[in-house]
Design a protein around this ligand. Structure first.
Ligand code: GH3
Ligand code: MG
Ligand code: MG
Ligand code: MG
Length: 315
C-alpha cells in the first residue's frame, strides 16, 4: 500500500487547482423550520469560521441556494409544510445541484427512513440532538472536500487551470457583475508561437511541459484574483479584474519577459519559447452578447499580434 500524502502535501496538491484558491470562506445554508434552531446551528458554524445563512421557510430553499451559492446545505428532515426528503428531491432535479452536499438533521431513529433519505438525495445524516462542535467539524470537512472535488472537475487536467467551459462561465459572471456594479475587466487571449515546431522537434511530452510551464508562469506572476483558463490546446485566456487594457498589457508583457527568458532543455538542445497575446477590455461594451463581443475583440487583437511578427501583445 503506498504511503498517503501528509496533510500539508495534500493541501499543496489541491492548491494547484486554480478554482480551489482558498480566497473565500466556506458558505453553508441552514434550513430548519424552527427559527431558533436554524440560527443556533448557523451561529455554531460562524464561530468555526464559516459563513452561514439560515432560513426557516423551506419554500425559499431554491432561491436561497441561488443567491448564497452554498458549499453545503444542512437541512432539517421534519418540517411542517414540506418533508425534507421531498425538498432534497427538488434540489437534485437541478443538474447544477447534483453535487451539492446535503446533510440532514433529524431526530429520526428509524433506520429504514434514514436510508430512504440518503437514497432520495441526502448525502449524510446527523442525528439530533447534535453536539454543536462536532456538527461544525463534520460540516467543514464535508464542504472542503466538496469544494476540492468541484475544483478538480472544473479544471483542465494538464495544467490545473480552469477548463474552457468553466472559464467562459466565470467571464459571463464577471461581466454581469460589472454591469450591476460598474467596473472594468480586460480579457487576454494568449497563444504559444510556432508550437507545432516544438512538438515536431522535441516531441509532444516536451510540448506538454511548455504548456504547463506557461500555466505556472501565469499563476505565479498575475494576481490571485485574476481568472486564468486553458482556452484550447496551446491557447490560454486570462481575465484581469479591475484592470484597463493598457495595465493588462503591462502585466502580460511582464509575464512574457520572464517566460521568454526561461530555457527548456533536452539531452541535446536548449531552446526558448514565446507567445503572442491579444487584449480587449469591456469599456464601452454592453448588451447580451457582451462576452462573445469581448472574445472576438481579443481574438482579433491576438491575430494582429501574430501578423505583427509574434512575441508581442496587441490591443
Ligand atoms: P502560431 O505561432 O501561428 O500559433 O503557430 P503554431 O504552430 O502554434 O500554430 P497552430 O495553432 O497551428 O498549432 C498548435 C499546435 O499545438 C497544434 C497541436 O498539435 C498542438 N497542441 C495542441 N494541444 C496540445 C497539447 O495539449 N500538447 C501538445 N504537446 N501539443 C498540443
Ligand atoms: Mg423541524
Ligand atoms: Mg493555436
Ligand atoms: Mg500557436
Amino acid at each position: 500500500v503506498p504511503k498517503p500524502l501528509e496533510t500539508n502535501e495534500l493541501a499543496d496538491w489541491l492548491d494547484q487547482f486554480a478554482g480551489h484558491r482558498r480566497e473565500a470562506s466556506l458558505s453553508i445554508l441552514v434550513v430548519d423550520d424552527d427559527v431558533v434552531l436554524a440560527e443556533t446551528y448557523a451561529m455554531a458554524l460562524r464561530q468555526a469560521g464559516m459563513e452561514a445563512t439560515s432560513i426557516s421557510d423551506p419554500s425559499r430553499v431554491l432561491d436561497a441556494i441561488a443567491s448564497v451559492t452554498p458549499d453545503l446545505v444542512l437541512m432539517d428532515l421534519q418540517m411542517p409544510d414540506i418533508d425534507g426528503i421531498e425538498l432534497a428531491r427538488v434540489i437534485r432535479q437541478t443538474r447544477r445541484h447534483m453535487s451539492l452536499p446535503l446533510l440532514f438533521l433529524s431526530a429520526e431513529q428509524d433506520a429504514a427512513r434514514q436510508i430512504q433519505a440518503r437514497r432520495l438525495g441526502g448525502d449524510d445524516f446527523i442525528v439530533k440532538p447534535v453536539d454543536l462542535g462536532r456538527l461544525a467539524t463534520v460540516v467543514r470537512l464535508r464542504a472542503e472536500r466538496a469544494r476540492a472535488l468541484r475544483a478538480i472537475m472544473e479544471s483542465d487536467s494538464l495544467t490545473g487551470l480552469l477548463n474552457h467551459g468553466r472559464f467562459k462561465e466565470r467571464l459571463s459572471l464577471e461581466l454581469q457583475r460589472c454591469r450591476r456594479e460598474g467596473g472594468i475587466v480586460s480579457l487576454t487571449l494568449l497563444d504559444l508561437d510556432h508550437f507545432k515546431q516544438i512538438n515536431d522537434q522535441h516531441g509532444h511530452l516536451m510540448g506538454d511541459r511548455v504548456i504547463r510551464s506557461l500555466a505556472r508562469s501565469l499563476q505565479k506572476r498575475l494576481r490571485r484574483t485574476d481568472v486564468i483558463g486553458r482556452y484550447g490546446g496551446e491557447e490560454f485566456a486570462v481575465l484581469l479584474l479591475g484592470t484597463e487594457a493598457e495595465a493588462a498589457r503591462a502585466a502580460i508583457d511582464q509575464v512574457r519577459r520572464r517566460f521568454t527568458a526561461l530555457p527548456f532543455e533536452t539531452d541535446s538542445s536548449r531552446f526558448t519559447v514565446s507567445f503572442s497575446a491579444g487584449i480587449a477590455s469591456n469599456a464601452g461594451l454592453d448588451g447580451p452578447r457582451e462576452a462573445e463581443t469581448l472574445i472576438e475583440a481579443a481574438d482579433a487583437a491576438l491575430y494582429a499580434a501574430k501578423r505583427a511578427g509574434r512575441g508581442c501583445t496587441r490591443l
